[in-house]
Design a protein around this ligand. Structure first.
Ligand code: GLN
Ligand code: ZN
Length: 765
């Protein structure tokens, strides 16, 4: 029998982001729900057929979602908080969107569910909220409908669901705390999955894939027991349909033995991340005779071509242990762009090194074919020879000047003088800010008009002078508005930037850019990361002219706005021929040049965003420092260590999930940090309190991912909550990040309320 091929999941937003456009159209009232449904069905059909044409055996269904697969799972299990049910929408889709984005209208006013990063990706899931006494039951036919839809097209798919263990570990109570896994809850959840299994059996499914990425995390007491309890119950309901337990983003060596004994028909292992540990575990404990190992060899998180020789070696290693080996994508392809087709801006010589989702399908098939080939057949295989040629020789021309600079760094380059406490005093005098200073995270709404002007400039329809004048007018208006509502530290608004990473990449040597390589970030939002192609250095000053212009237009302090090295790397597609540490150092030196130029241009406050620093924290605690923080934190210090004591360095981070690394955040030695906090819990404040956190901090006081406008009272309450845990001298007042994604209509009234709330609290101090 030939080696089976399996795809864990496929991008759903569409080659040209059709899903994004139609859903956003629906939100704006430009099209109806029927149009959304029909586009969605077209996309599903297209994606299934593409996989079928590539010869994939196990094609996923239910990997589609209008917003998020975790939210779909919550709805499937009837985990819908009452406040959303009370809105009493006619269509379940509207309830789904209210949970995802909040709702403010004639039916009521509710905030959205919290949103968090999906493991180490830049994809965000909605955190299910299980209310006390929640009735867990099968509440949706979505997985079955999509299975039947594919079947009607003649494609027998492999339905994919987030597994019960990952669901329970990621869900929270209505108090935002971890769930207690009492018997009732666990049994109820297991019963729904058993029902799903039975149903798919009736519908004639051959395989069902349950996603359990949470298994790659360190285990807390009771975790393995919980997993066993759930699956013993679920697998007892198994009739014909085979169950594939899929894991990814790391290894499951610590539970492999248990998993292997439970009787799964398939176990999916990530052989990119966690390769050694997974292979060792398989070798050590063997593979049950009825179990197939799904070897995750095609990387679902990079854009580079697969090295077939390496993948075949991995399959061979597994075949030493068991004959039952299938090949698979290491994770869902959700995290890679659609296709390299149409990327005409990249020279063919370079483009041949890339494989996006569609190209990865062919790779998967070719690896499977080669895995079945004899040695003689391999020798004459053109596919293998062509692949080998991609990896022979060096791809990039190195820049010796960059290497020299990196090699010349000394320990002093990583230390800013004097100590922070001393600096904070000097800065207080130099900047003359009130207590609870107000500011924003940098960007202001990128309106249609702004995007249209940029498009015109890009297409050569307007001159650089005309474009610059337009941007200056935007900056002027933005400054005036900020002055009017009374913000303390102003920003220029980032109108000249398409994106906080791509913009910098475009002004650095060593990057490549795509036209259409979008990847879903949350809901309908996508990002288009640039590609690190060679050694990185700064070609010329990037932001200095804009910041200097903005400062010249106001007497307030104007904050300079940069993206930090760790974030640039994490939100780009990194090289794989040198380490991340090495690439980050190159980036840090480039941004350091920019920091010093901003300071020389009279900018007194400089924010260096490390929005994505937390995101790539390794999933296993034992890896945190050695594999990441030990170089990521120093890289940040390298960026700002040479500024004057009175220059105030801010940083910003998305999501406040850093209770456990709070000291490392302090060790970045910034003067101020703002972070996104309003849509998650505020436990980080306890960590700040307990660790005697030295950096001044601005926890976001309102959620900007939702179009709703917070009241002054709401924000005031929030500030008091913060003041319970933090020294007033160290608190900044700012919203969450990402104002660029909002409209002016909600942004300005919200900020007015923010300033009013800060003033009201100040007056009572
Ligand atoms: N300065 C950026 C902005 O305000 C930060 C974005 C982010 O946090 N992701 O848009
Ligand atoms: Zn942010």
């Amino acid at each position: 029998m030939s080696t089976l091929t399996s795809v864990s999941g496929f991008p759903r937003i569409g080659q040209n982001r059709e899903l994004k456009k139609i859903i956003e159209g629906y939100w704006k009232g430009a099209n109806d729900l029927a149009a959304v449904k029909s586009t969605a069905a077209e996309l599903r059909a297209k994606h299934w057929k593409l996989q079928q044409a590539a010869g994939i055996d196990l094609i996923p269904s239910n990997d589609f979602s209008y917003y998020d697969q975790m939210l779909d799972t919550a709805i499937l299990l009837n985990v819908i908080p009452k406040r959303y049910e009370r809105l009493a929408f006619e269509n379940p889709e509207d309830t789904l969107f209210a949970m995802a984005r909040g709702y403010q209208g004639e039916k009521g006013d509710v905030t959205a569910l919290p949103m968090k990063k999906w493991f180490t990706t830049n994809y965000h899931y909605l955190v299910p909220e299980v209310e006390p006494g929640e009735e867990i039951k099968l509440n949706s036919t979505k997985p079955f409908d999509e299975f039947n839809e594919a079947k009607a097209l003649g494609i027998l798919t492999k339905p994919v669901l987030i597994g019960p263990y990952t669901f329970l570990k990621l869900a929270r109570t209505d108090q935002a705390t971890e769930l207690e896994y009492d018997k009732g809850l666990v049994n109820a959840v297991a019963a729904v999955y058993a029902e799903v299994l039975t149903k798919f059996n009736e519908l004639g499914a051959e395989w069902l894939q349950l996603e359990e990425p949470y298994l790659v995390l360190d285990k807390e007491p009771g975790d393995v027991e919980l997993f066993k309890t759930l699956y013993t119950k679920i697998l007892a309901a198994k009739a014909g349909v085979k169950v594939l337990l899929n894991t990814y983003f790391g290894h499951i060596a610590d539970v492999y033995e248990t998993v292997n004994l439970l009787g799964f028909d398939g176990i999916g292992l990530d052989l990119n991340e966690g390769r050694e540990e997974n292979l060792e575990a398989v070798a050590k404990y063997g593979v049950a005779s009825n179990t197939t190992i799904f070897a995750g060899v095609i990387n679902g998180r990079n854009i580079w071509r697969n090295n077939y020789a390496t993948s075949l070696g991995l399959v061979d290693a597994l075949k030493q242990v068991t004959p039952n080996v299938a090949v698979s994508t290491a994770s869902s392809l959700l995290h890679v762009p659609f296709s390299t087709e149409g990327e005409t801006g990249i020279p063919t010589e370079d483009l041949k090194h890339f494989a996006f989702a569609v190209e990865k399908l062919d790779e998967l098939k070719e690896v499977a074919v080669l895995a079945d080939a004899t040695e003689d057949e391999k020798k004459v295989s053109e596919a293998l020879a062509a692949n080998q040629a991609l990896f022979d020789g060096t791809r990039v021309a190195a820049d010796p000047a960059v290497a020299d600079r990196v090699n010349g760094l000394t320990a002093d380059d990583y230390v800013r003088q004097p100590a922070r406490e001393e600096r904070q005093k000097l800065q207080r005098e130099a900047l003359g800010l009130p207590l609870l200073p107000t500011t924003t995270i940098g960007s202001f709404p990128q309106t249609k008009e702004v995007r249209a002007e940029r498009a015109k400039f890009r297409k050569g329809e307007i001159t650089k002078e005309a474009y610059d004048e337009f941007i200056k007018a935007q900056i002027d208006a933005c400054i005036k508005h900020q002055e009017e509502i009374g913000l303390d530290v102003l920003v220029h608004g980032e109108f000249e930037r398409n994106d906080m990473v791509e913009y910098f990449g475009q002004n650095l040597n060593g990057f490549l850019f795509t036209k259409n390589a979008w990847v879903q970030s949350y809901g309908t939002r996508c990002v288009k990361p640039p590609i690190v192609w060679g050694d990185v250095s700064r070609a010329k000053p990037i932001t200095v002219a804009w910041s200097a212009y903005a400062q010249s237009r106001t007497n307030h302090v104007m904050k300079g706005m940069l993206t930090g090295p760790v974030t640039i790397l994490n939100w780009s597609w990194p090289r794989e021929d040198i380490t991340h540490e090495e690439q980050t150092k190159q980036l840090a030196l480039a941004i350091r040049d920019e920091v010093l130029d901003l300071e020389a241009a009279g900018i007194k406050v400089i924010q260096i965003d490390e929005a994505a620093l937390r995101e790539k924290l390794p999933l296993r605690k034992s890896d945190w420092h050695v594999k990441y923080l030990d170089w990521a934190v120093p890289a940040f210090r390298l960026v700002h260590s040479a500024v004057k004591p009175t220059t105030q360095i801010h940083t910003h981070m998305c999501y406040s999930e850093f209770n456990d690394i709070i000291r490392d955040i302090d060790a970045m030695d910034a003067d101020v940090i703002s972070f996104e906090a309003s849509r998650g819990d505020l436990v980080v404040l306890d960590a700040i309190h307990d660790a005697h956190f030295e950096t001044e901090a601005g926890p976001g006081v309102y959620d900007i991912h939702s179009p709703r406008i917070p009241s002054e009272k709401e924000i005031e309450d929030r500030i008091y909550e913060i003041l319970k845990k933090m020294d007033v001298e160290k608190v900044w007042i700012n919203p969450d990040c990402g104002l660029k994604t909002r409209g002016n209509a909600e942004t300005w009234p919200s900020l007015e309320h923010l300033v009013a709330a800060a003033k009201a609290v100040r007056a009572k101090l």
